[in-house]
Design a protein around this ligand. Sequence first.
Ligand SMILES: [Ca+2]
Ligand SMILES: [Ca+2]
Length: 390
Amino acid sequence: MKTRMLLLALLMGTATTIFAQTSTVEERVEYSSDKYKVETNGFWDNWFISLGAGPQVFFGDHDNRAPFGDRIAPAVDLAVGKWFTPVVGFRAMYSGLQVKGATKWENSGWSNSYGTGEAIGDPAHGLQGQKFYMGNVHVDALFNLNNLFAGYNPKRVWHCSVYAGLGWAWVYDKKADAGEFAANLGVLNTFRLCDALDLNVDVRGMLAKDGFDDEIGGCTAEGNLSLTVGLTYKFKQRGWNRAKTVYRTDYGQLDALREQVSKLSDENEQLRKHRCPEPETIKEFAAGNVSVFFNINSSVIASKKDLVNVKEMAEYAKANDKVMVVTGYADSNTGSAEYNQKLSEKRANAVAEQLVKMGVDRNKIEVVAKGGVDALSPISYNRRVVVTMK
Ligand SMILES: [Ca+2]
Ligand SMILES: [Ca+2]
């Protein structure tokens, strides 16, 4: 619990004056364990500057006829960049320096081939040495493969990034042309030395048009391969924070809410005590009796619909502790008096059975059998059971 207390006290003799302001806020932070989830950061975060130096070899006209060792020339690079996410970054870079190779003694039509005036390679090829200085300014998009495939880890030592870029490359003492568009592709390996510094090893290929070296040899392009080793300084803020969720509880506010709930609860209790008693509603059952009809010579209830009213009456009887009277009849026109007596009893029992199913206590049901009658017309109406209450 983080408690911030601002306390200003004045102690003068026996008189004490205390001015205090307190607030009690608890913050709980949960960090995501997902290595692929990080918090985004601001524009000024994760900028870096890098420097490197090493050898480079140019692949231009006639150069492959010079001994390889004679073609190795120095290269430098300087870059400023930024990582937008652990995986994606960019940098603006200056790279290049010297090119060493071979050229013809006489270049028909090409005035400047940067010849050294010294024979090189097999004399049969009639070549002289070549040396010139170049520069290459390019913007590269960087993709960190370790963070892409293995997730972000701030303590990881080795990072391998691939990059592709486009820029402008030129030869310093060239007079005819300002330069050429050049494509750059490479692999940047960095090794963490400390939080702020990386050792960088950059292998880069540059591709430019044939005219770049002032010799048109007929190839579609010529290129430069460099390997530079150097240092990268990473400016603050560096790295990424794990994605997090902050849970904040203001106990001052919570106490106020508790107090309010308690107050409302008290008020509710007061209101409950003073509540007027609800008037008891007595539901009257409208129908005095309900009939259930049967087919001739049958004690099976003819239509289940008749039971709807029976059920209503049963519910009322149960609720009001009434006794139900089930009276069975048969029509006196068919069958003997003895048979009709039994039939009316069976019919009454069939309805009584339904009442029991409806939850009416057996002891609260009276079964009466009236035998054959002709009280109703048509005569079929006498094949019935009448349910009443008492
Ligand atoms: Ca050449
Ligand atoms: Ca060329």
